[in-house]
Design a protein around this ligand. Structure first.
Ligand code: GDP
Ligand code: MG
Length: 162
């Protein structure tokens, strides 16, 4: 089975930027995998010898109304069908209440989760990322998705069997 990797996090942390980077290969766009609903955005990715399905989501921030409620539902559904969750945060914005509530949900679902601190370009990454350890989900992986920094390492960590 090809692993399913869901990109989860609050809006504007860089999920779609990472999705686009991961799926820009030739036959990247895939809509039709059995068991996966079409309401989320799926792509096929090949990186560093790994093949996987990547799922983009609209984002959750815990205060949803209207259309945002739908986006959050999509995110929760994506978590359920994922083998691996990349929980994306914004290293520039710092830790938010929404990040904490998403983390709590991920812990309760006992999903294999990797915390990604994105947008580390041009900042002191180690000090900016330190607070994300308090999410209680282990290692914090530094990334600048817009530039591709940290992306290959992240995928190797997330998909190497251990
Ligand atoms: P999403 O809402 O989580 O899907 O976030 P997007 O992928 O739409 O990105 C939100 C904004 O963050 C956009 O303006 C991106 O260009 C910007 N962004 C994404 N990744 C990075 C990054 O690595 N560094 C910086 N500086 N900006 C980024
Ligand atoms: Mg997006």
């Amino acid at each position: 089975m090809i692993p399913v990797v869901a990109l989860v996090g609050r809006p504007n942390v860089g999920k779609s930027t990472l999705f686009n980077r991961l799926t820009r290969t030739r036959d990247a766009l895939v809509a039709d995998f059995p068991g996966l609903t079409r309401d989320r955005k799926y792509g096929r990715a090949f990186l560093s010898g790994y093949e996987f399905i990547v799922v983009d989501t609209g984002g959750i921030d815990g205060t949803e109304e209207g259309i945002e409620t739908k986006m959050a539902e999509q995110s929760l559904a994506a978590i359920e069908e994922a083998d691996v969750v990349l929980f994306m945060t914004d290293a520039r914005a710092g830790l938010t209440a929404a990040d904490l509530s998403i983390a709590q949900h991920l812990r309760s679902r006992q999903k294999t989760t990797f915390v990604v601190a994105n947008k580390i370009d041009g900042i002191d990454a180690d000090s900016a990322c330190a607070e994300f350890w308090s999410l209680g989900l282990g290692e914090v992986y530094q990334m600048a998705a817009a530039q591709g920094r940290g992306v290959t390492n992240m995928i190797e960590y997330a998909l190497t069997p251990y």
